[in-house]
Design a protein around this ligand. Structure first.
Ligand code: ATP
Ligand code: MG
Length: 245
């Protein structure tokens, strides 16, 4: 789905990261092109969230180059990185539980920087599942519904790049199907590029064109998703659950 002419939105080169003295990423290289959904796979503790922490310059010390649309952004403040168009949906989703969904979405307008924020009406058009949730409070949502709201909230700022950290974690298969359907429409609807950290290989296979696989902080495999999805050997080596058997 990517052609060489497509613009590189994210480029990380030689990314290292440390929690205190413990190195958690080693010389990670990855790219994502405009409109692409790229998978970031790996077992628990492989370094998926750390890659996002390093991109956002939160919680971890890093070295290496990170470019967004060709502009260096490594180690800028997380707020500046967000204003430049990187939106992050962390593993714990962080919805405001005492605010309604609408209020959660409206609050996110401040992250848009110079871009025109996406209106709640536009979000409802592109994510119809939101409609019945819009006046509920965050604490009245299921895990899947919270995930959907977290993704919607990240889109409000019209990001160039969306970092999604294990959106299917803890969700029932039927709900995962709805989330997959919603995510699949985002590149066309919002022109956003997505880096998708996951352990759910069927979900990744459904959504992504390419994958990077991390193990103990290193990229141990990179290539087309369909190739990886057929390779039981690679899956056994680097994932907890394989789907090629
Ligand atoms: N805040 C932290 N302080 C110290 N070490 C950390 C911290 N966060 C993660 N680590 C360590 O960094 C390594 C990579 O962890 P990371 O959270 O990036 O893995 P992950 O691929 O996101 O795993 P999971 O699928 O469980 O979310 C692990 O060894 C982990 O123990
Ligand atoms: Mg993680």
């Amino acid at each position: 789905m990517t052609s060489p002419a497509q613009q590189t939105v994210l480029s990380a080169t030689g990314l290292n990261a440390w929690y205190g003295a413990a190195q958690a990423l080693f010389d990670v290289d990855l790219t994502a092109s405009s409109g692409e959904i790229v998978g970031l796979l790996g077992r628990n503790g492989a370094g998926k969230s750390t890659t996002f922490n390093a991109i956002m310059n939160l919680q971890v010390r890093s070295s290496g180059d990170i470019a967004l649309d060709g502009e260096p952004v490594a180690r800028m403040g997380a707020d500046a990185i967000a204003r430049r168009g990187v939106a992050w949906v962390p593993e714990d989703r962080r919805i405001f539980t005492n605010l309604t969904v609408r209020e959660n979405l409206e609050l996110a307008r401040f992250a848009a920087g110079d871009r025109e924020p996406v209106s709640v009406d536009d979000l409802l058009d592109s994510l119809p599942l939101l409609d019945k949730l819009i006046d509920r409070k965050g604490n009245q949502l299921s895990g899947g519904e919270q995930q959907l709201v977290a993704v919607a909230r990240a889109l409000v700022s019209r990001p160039r790049l969306l970092l999604l950290d294990e959106p299917t974690e803890g969700l029932a298969p039927l709900i995962v199907e709805g989330i997959a359907e919603a995510i699949s429409r985002l590149p066309a609807a919002y022109g956003v590029t997505i880096l998708l950290a996951e352990q759910n290989l069927p979900f990744v296979t459904q959504l992504t064109s390419r994958v990077y696989v991390l193990e103990t902080g290193r990229v141990v495999h990179a290539g087309p998703t369909d190739e990886f999805a057929r390779d039981a050997d690679l899956q056994d080596r680097f994932l907890s659950i394989s789907m090629a058997h």
